[in-house]
Design a protein around this ligand. Structure first.
Ligand code: 6PG
Length: 476
């Protein structure tokens, strides 16, 4: 009698580090997984390193498809963009009604909506699922942000709950909403990630230059911060970055790394969409701009001489700067999450995602890059009032902002005096100061628009649109 080989529960296409680590994570939870990649070496290494796990490493798409149970559930972890479309095109002839494709990459949410609609014409399911946590998250427990058809999600719910990071036993995954909700939430996660990374870079800049601290001292400060209210993955990894030695020179690696950062663009997508929805996310905008400015290395070096300014050294009076900066980081962290959550709120309304901020804060507490102790407070704020229009308006969160406001202003003032750029800190403060003002000078902007373009304006004392023949004084 011919032996029937056991079919695989799920398939993974794309066996780069993330894909392979996710496969091993799934196997460790008792699932049998089929893996396929166009790169035969990656398929071989999946098989060779399987170490007794239930893995089927397929060299052809046909073998891969044959090894799967029905309905077929196939995850894709290929670079966002055209690669996703071409994998779908190659797979389509092998797919049947009710099969489910899951894009686990960082795809743009509009692509996800388009793919859902295209595959739905043939009764095939497509889900966009954000996965955060980098290589180690994929291996040991990521935060998973699924969106799409809720019924289709049932096919992968037990798997995702098994492989996701856990916080107090709760898996960092939940179905977020229909359509591209999962990829949208992941995009905003990355936008917040950009803001927080820039924020910590600003804290590093200030402490390094104002107090002339070395990497060991910076390590100590960041590690100390990570034991308090700033506790977060990004503070933790920054602390350890300060200690890393360079294999090539024996110096500290950080000092050998070029001050010019790259990006794959998810932060930029967040800003672009926020502008379209008219939801301000200035911390994310400025974090993107700062990556771009960092890229103008030659121009910056040349400008050092031309835009020369007398150097003002910081004089520490009472050893308060570290404390001010800690406050500024905490304040700006809150504002960065507040902007991201406000955008999710706007997008939920616009795209009909029905997002629950409490659930999102909950699944961001573990596994993902922006995990932070602060998310417990954010979760609490939304569980007390799910309809909060802005996180800053929660009483508890407002109190936290109030408590560090004075030190925050002193930190920013120090940056202004010493010429150290602190764009995320400054933008956090401006956002806070703008939103807590009942009056802003936008009346002048209305007047200017009407003056030069007859764009009309609204009045404070009566409804309607008004236009004035402004008295022209052409002095220029
Ligand atoms: C994550 C990360 C990840 C992101 C990279 C690079 O959540 O695991 O957000 O998805 O793509 O960290 O992002 P940039 O190249 O845009 O900095």
């Amino acid at each position: 009698m011919k032996m029937q080989t056991e079919k695989c529960d799920f398939g993974m296409i794309g066996l780069g580090t993330m894909g392979r680590n996710l496969v091993y994570n799934m196997c460790d939870h008792g699932y049998k997984i089929a893996g396929f990649d166009k790169d035969a070496a990656k398929v071989d290494s999946l098989g060779n390193e399987a170490d007794g796990r239930k893995v089927s490493a397929a060299h052809t798409l046909e073998d891969f498809i044959r090894s799967l149970k029905t309905p077929k559930v196939i995850m894709l972890l290929v670079p966002a963009g055209k690669a996703v479309d071409s994998v779908i095109d190659e797979l389509k002839p092998y797919l049947l009604k009710d099969d489910l494709l899951i894009d686990c990459g960082n795809s743009h949410f509009t692509d996800t909506d388009r793919r859902i609609a295209t595959l739905a014409k043939d009764d095939m399911q497509f889900m966009g699922v954000g996965i955060s946590g980098g290589e180690s998250g994929a291996r040991n427990g990521p935060s998973i942000m699924p969106g799409g058809n809720e019924k289709a999600y049932e096919l992968v719910k037990p798997l995702f709950e098994a492989i996701a990071a856990k916080v107090n036993g709760a898996p960092c995954v939940t179905w977020l909403g229909p359509g591209s909700a999962g990829h949208y939430v992941k995009m905003v996660h990355n936008g917040i990630e950009y803001a927080l990374m820039q924020l910590l870079a600003e804290a590093y800049h200030m402490l390094k230059e104002c107090l002339q601290l070395n990497n060991d001292q910076l390590h100590k400060i960041f590690s100390y911060w990570n034991e308090g209210r700033l506790k977060s993955y990004l503070v933790e990894i920054s602390a350890s970055v300060f200690l890393q030695e360079d294999d090539l020179t024996g110096k500290r690696l950080l000092d050998m790394i070029l001050d010019s950062s790259k990006q794959n663009g998810t932060g930029q997508w967040t800003s672009q969409n926020a502008m379209e929805l008219h939801v301000p996310v200035p911390n994310i905008d400025i974090a993107c701009s700062m990556r771009d400015i960092s890229g103008f290395k030659k121009q910056r070096v040349d400008s050092e001489f031309i835009l020369n300014w007398h150097k003002v050294d910081f004089r520490e009076k009472d050893g308060e700067l570290i404390d001010w900066v800690e406050n500024a980081v905490y304040f700006s962290m809150i504002i960065s999450y507040a902007q991201g959550m406000a955008l999710l709120n706007g997008a939920s309304e616009k795209y009909g995602y029905g997002l629950k901020p409490e659930s999102i804060a909950g699944i961001w507490r573990g596994g993902c890059i922006i995990r932070a102790a602060l998310l417990d407070d954010i979760l609490k704020a939304y569980s007390q009032d799910a309809s909060l229009v802005n996180l800053m308006l929660s009483k508890d969160i407002a109190m936290k902002l109030q408590n560090c406001q004075d030190s925050m202003r002193l930190a920013v003032k120090t940056g202004i005096e010493t010429g150290i750029p602190l764009p995320v800190m400054m933008s956090s403060l401006s956002y806070f100061d703008s939103f807590r003002r009942g009056w802003l000078p936008a009346n002048l902007i209305q007047a200017q628009r009407d003056y030069f373009g007859a764009h009309t304006y609204e009045r404070t004392d009566r409804a309607g649109s008004f236009h004035t023949q402004w008295k022209q004084e052409n002095s220029l």
